[in-house]
Design a protein around this ligand. Structure first.
Ligand code: GLN
Length: 302
């Protein structure tokens, strides 16, 4: 007796049901992405291959991916990539998975860089402090070829992912990668016109409330911002006193609940800064900008 073949459309139905039963919020989408991974296509093409039979080894591979997803492992890690600002980026468990809200950081930084570039008439130097997958730094380098981009991370494993992404977009020799802490980089004597960062900003209290998929699988180093979630901002802002040129601009992703706290940290160090905000796709203040002028700033130690 021959068994009827197991088709992509069967996999879609069964995979979606399995993931739904295991509590995945986006069961259909995840099933599509995992099937696409197994048959080596993209999500849209899954629907053009609905009648295609899966080989025995493809079925095994899919079963394993579904089980891992069912246990909470994020689809982006299982597929090895995630879309950000219209491009695919490699990811591994060494880096935070790019979030849609972080696209707002990119938009704001592009806007600020364009304004600064026009005034300065020279190359604008930009530092991405804590680059992770490199999604912010590389998107900026691609969207604004005149920028001189430095991508910094304390994690060698994260930098390896960022470098792979740079190669993918032929930016291997364009973006300057640095391994180290932001204190070291910002106090080295070098200066940048724009410092962008999506630092870890989850508080100790929020940690337990994070989605299991995030808490158990994404790097704590990229998420946990210390007891009050503000430590990394204090460190970057302190470093910016010497590492940010004037005029210079800070662009931070923030938790909207702590926007005001981050603004206070910036204003303590740069009392004359002009603070601005941008909202994310859910209309909450997700990005803080600070334009720090050259004039008479007390406390400037450059
Ligand atoms: N937005 C992430 C989350 O909600 C946190 C990102 C960060 O700490 N930079 O899990």
């Amino acid at each position: 007796m021959t068994r009827s073949p197991f088709l992509v459309k069967d996999a879609l139905v069964r995979g979606t049901t399995y993931l739904r039963e295991h509590g995945c919020g986006q069961a259909r989408l995840d099933a599509e992405l995992l099937i696409a991974e197994v048959i080596q296509t993209d999500r849209v093409h899954v629907y053009m291959e609905l009648e295609r039979p899966l080989t025995a080894s493809e079925q095994d591979e899919l079963r394993e991916l579904l089980v891992r997803r069912g246990r909470g492992e994020p689809t982006a890690y299982l597929c090895g990539e995630r879309e950000f600002h219209g491009r695919e980026f490699f990811v591994s468990s060494a880096v935070l998975i790019p979030r849609p809200e972080t696209e707002t950081v990119v938009e704001v930084a592009l806007h600020e860089a364009a304004a600064l570039g026009k005034d300065a008439g020279t190359t604008v130097r930009l530092l991405d402090a804590g680059t992770g997958s490199g999604c912010i730094a590389l998107t900026l380098a691609l969207e604004c070829p005149g920028l001189a981009v430095t991508a910094l991370d304390v994690s060698a494993d994260a930098l390896a992912v960022a470098r792979a992404n740079a190669e993918r977009y032929s930016l291997g020799n364009v973006v300057d990668f640095r391994e180290g802490t932001w204190e070291t980089a910002l106090r080295s004597g070098e200066q940048w016109d724009i410092i962008v960062s999506n630092p870890p900003y989850v508080t100790a209290e929020e940690w337990q409330g994070l989605d299991r998929d995030v808490r158990e699988f994404e790097p704590e180093l990229a998420l946990f911002g210390g007891e009050d979630g503000l430590g990394p901002y204090r460190e970057i802002v302190a470093g910016a006193k010497s590492g940010l040129s004037r005029p210079g601009i800070l662009v931070f992703e923030v938790d909207p609940r702590r926007y005001d706290d981050v603004a206070s940290i910036v204003l303590d160090a740069f009392p004359h800064a002009i603070i601005g905000s941008a909202v994310d796709l859910t209309d909450r203040k997700r990005v803080l900008t600070a334009r720090c002028a050259s004039l008479h700033e007390p406390g400037v130690t450059t």
